[in-house]
Design a protein around this ligand. Structure first.
Ligand code: PEP
Ligand code: MG
Length: 322
């Protein structure tokens, strides 16, 4: 079976009835690249940059960051690389930032909220990214966006840094797609308006599920609520994808759900354009999609959206995968 899958490394990801999607990989460091290429990823759909900032005693310099981003962009040889700006806070703390303790870190001062306030940190990262953009196909993604104003401000800061570099004579890619993670329900609800301003969405189900269901993603006691197959989650996912398509934008997913064998048929049916998952899941997903009819999955997704509970959706999914 492994040999069969290996044949798919250089293939496109196409359903049985000819609908093409993109299968991308989630990475944390440039060292992950080998696995990405080896497993036939068509892009990097999520580069989590937190690791650059973790396990050390001070912030990484612009130069250090630039080297890492450049390595990934060059390594991908022109394939897209979606880099997520710093998503610190919540479960990921940086001792040297000396942030006050919070009662609810997952609902607190984290990710884009911190970056918009401590702009020196944000601007350094953006400069490193912009400089690296000359070496490949960079897309920039902001995490934990809750309002349009946050996106507009982040984008404005990015533009300012770009202009500064250009006036310094440093080369920067002409057009860099700029998108957001959809992991807060307010953003899914407002997706129609976001879609007019962003270049793409990437749905972060790991957080979107916990914030929608008010169920901590680490807490076993409430894990019965933390369900990707909840019709409530499916409806939000559908809203985001439909909103993107209405404006001619693409919608991806980089939460765990995107690589889940049971979820893939549904996501195909909902019209997801890009699935970003751990590299080791890609070939299996490509083989699975090749056997599915997009048309049939659309019908299935329509039914699932109308179901009243998770158990019914799961039962329907299991039938597909038999
Ligand atoms: C997510 O929330 O789905 C996601 C991909 O981000 P992280 O798991 O890093 O919070
Ligand atoms: Mg997240």
């Amino acid at each position: 079976e492994k040999a069969e899958l290996a044949k798919l490394v250089n293939e496109k990801s196409v359903s049985a009835d000819g609908h093409q999607v993109e299968l991308a990989a989630n990475i944390g460091t440039p060292d992950d690249l080998e696995g990405v290429l080896h497993n036939g990823a068509e892009a990097v759909g999520l580069y989590r940059t937190e690791f650059l900032y973790m396990g050390r005693t001070e912030l990484p310099t612009e130069e250090e960051q630039f080297e890492s981003y450049k390595k990934v962009l060059e390594g991908m040889e022109g394939k897209a690389v979606v880099v997520r700006t710093l998503d610190i806070g919540g479960d990921k703390n940086l001792p040297y930032l000396d942030l006050p303790e919070e009662m609810n870190p997952f609902l607190g001062f984290r990710a884009i909220r911190l970056c918009l306030e401590q702009q020196d940190i944000f601007r350094t990262q953006l400069r490193a990214l912009l400089r690296a953009s000359a070496y490949g196909n960079l897309k920039i993604m902001f995490p934990m966006i809750a309002t349009l104003d946050e996106f507009r401000e982040a984008k404005q800061i990015l533009e300012q840094e770009k202009q500064k570099l250009v006036s310094e004579g440093i080369s920067v890619a002409e057009h860099i797609e700029t998108g957001i993670m959809v992991e807060i329900p307010s953003t899914a609800v407002m997706a129609d308006l976001f879609a007019k301003e962003v270049d793409f969405f990437s749905i972060g189900t790991n957080d979107l599920i916990q914030y929608t269901m008010a169920a901590d993603r680490m807490n076993e006691r409430v894990s019965y609520l933390y369900q990707p197959y909840s019709p409530a989650i499916l409806r939000l996912v559908k809203m985001v994808i439909d909103a993107a398509h209405k404006e001619g934008k693409w919608a991806g997913m980089c939460g765990e759900m995107a690589g889940d064998e049971l979820a893939i048929p549904l996501l195909l049916g909902l019209g997801l354009d890009e699935f970003s998952m751990s590299a080791t899941s890609i070939l299996r997903a490509r083989a699975q999609i090749a056997k599915l009819s997009k048309q049939e999955m659309e019908n299935l997704a329509k039914e699932a959206i109308q179901m009243s509970n998770t158990a019914d959706v799961l039962e329907a999914m299991k039938k597909i995968n038999q």
